[in-house]
Design a binder for this molecule. Structure first.
Ligand SMILES: [Zn+2]
Length: 420
């Protein structure tokens, strides 16, 4: 297998012994090639979009304590893990599936129909747990499907899950455990009938480690799990917001740095290229992205005008308004742009969850309730367990921020929504 440029650079950086063992394991393996192998015959069998290519994936599947016996290898298709779905179902003790979920196009590889792991797991009611170091996926049964609570006559409030980025776990937020907990949080909100925004940074850049992780170019086990997580969230009440392209510039690390605003080194042309690149990446991955959020809300009027050429919704305060803290519509050339601010701001660290809950409680009736939250702040409030039937359940402690937020919102007859 060829190694990507990124992997060579990571290996190189580690060889300098600058990264301790802990960091090396946090970096995970970025192995895999971006070029299709000879034996991958890719043709679309069903669905619309032609997959960009298929690359044989080094991934093992474990079901009920045993390795799933499948002759058909898994593949990366457009960065997602794809499995031969009939063989997969058979190996997991399920045959004769009448209707496969296809949120992503199924495709033919070597004469077999392959589906995305997300679609296959959703169809079969499975909950995967990824082990990036071992490149293994353990399959449990998902908690029983319950119809999400109906959206009532409540008023809308808005929540953004912030800074979601494929960082190989380097930040400590999006390692295997963090990504599984993010899926559980999405599931929790979904089962409570809530909708929410996902502030997604499309490209993770960490110049000090020599990493530029573009999901459309680097096919890897970690990235496949990250895409599984985005697919899961998008399928469970979440709508993607592009949160910059890299959320950094120069030597800064994604999610820490700032990309635009007064201090940006980027020309107007480069700003425009970045906005265009975001939509290209989203399109390649099959995501409809209509909203944009400037990292740290740093923007200039000229940059906002450019953003309005590419996106329908800008997640920040409309600076041209006299009434702060509300949703505003602005004419931008031929189109209307909606500004969606977060008057309650965000939970700055775990100890300040209570302050945010108070702020939401205190919001006057009829005023916008809108905030953002870094999901890892609830990491310690989530715990998984597997029962005797192989069902993986999660418990969300009552002291967790999201359960408390939903309680406060219910008390105010509010529910989380996304703009129509
Ligand atoms: Zn951010």
């Amino acid at each position: 297998m060829k190694r990507t440029k990124i992997q060579r650079r990571i290996v190189g950086a580690c060889a300098l012994a600058v990264c301790a063992a802990a960091l090396a394991s946090a970096l995970y393996n970025v192995t895999t090639t971006a070029a299709p192998e000879q034996d991958a015959v890719v043709e679309v069998v069903e669905g619309g979009q032609v997959p960009a290519g298929a690359v044989r994936a080094d991934a093992a599947f474990v079901y009920q304590d045993g390795r799933l016996a499948m002759a058909e290898a898994p593949y990366f298709v457009g960065g997602r893990l794809y499995v031969a779905r009939d063989a997969f179902a058979r190996a997991a003790g399920r045959e004769g599936v009448a209707a496969w979920r296809e949120s992503r196009p199924a495709c033919g590889i070597n004469g077999r129909i392959y589906g995305s792991l997300y679609d296959v797991c959703e169809t079969l009611g499975l909950w995967p747990v990824f082990d990036t170091d071992a490149r293994a996926v353990t399959l449990y049964h998902a908690p029983p499907e319950t119809a999400p609570a109906a959206q009532g006559a409540a008023q809308a409030a808005y929540l953004r899950l912030e800074d979601i980025v494929a960082d190989y776990g380097i930040s400590g937020r999006f390692d295997d455990e963090g990504l599984e907990k993010l899926r559980a949080q999405a599931d929790y909100l979904y089962r409570h009938g809530q909708q929410y925004y996902i502030a997604w940074i499309p490209v993770y850049a960490n110049p000090q480690e020599g990493i530029v992780n573009d999901l459309t170019r680097n096919y890897s086990f970690y990235n496949a799990q990250f895409l599984y997580t985005l697919d899961f969230m998008a399928g469970h009440g979440g709508e993607l917001v592009a949160h910059g392209l890299t959320h950094q510039q120069g030597d800064e690390i994604s999610a820490e740095g700032t990309e635009f605003g007064d201090e940006t080194p980027f020309s107007e042309k480069e700003v425009r290229r970045r906005m265009g690149r975001i939509l290209e990446i989203a399109d390649t991955l099959g995501y409809a992205v209509r909203a944009f959020e400037f990292p740290h809300y740093a923007s200039t009027p000229a940059q906002e005008r450019i953003a309005a050429e590419y996106f329908e919704v800008i997640c920040q305060q409309d600076k041209n308004t006299r009434t702060f803290g509300g949703i505003e519509q602005e004419r931008a050339g031929a189109r209307e742009v909606t500004y969606l601010p977060t008057p309650q701001d965000y939970v700055k660290f775990a100890e300040r969850k209570g302050e945010m809950l108070q702020a939401v409680k205190a919001a006057p009736r009829g005023r916008l309730v809108s905030l953002f939250f870094h999901p890892s702040l609830d990491r310690d409030s989530l715990a998984f367990a597997v029962d005797g039937d192989g069902v993986r359940t999660y418990a969300y402690a009552e002291g967790g921020f999201l359960p408390q937020l939903l309680t406060v919102l219910r008390g105010k007859n509010l529910e989380l929504a996304v703009l129509a």
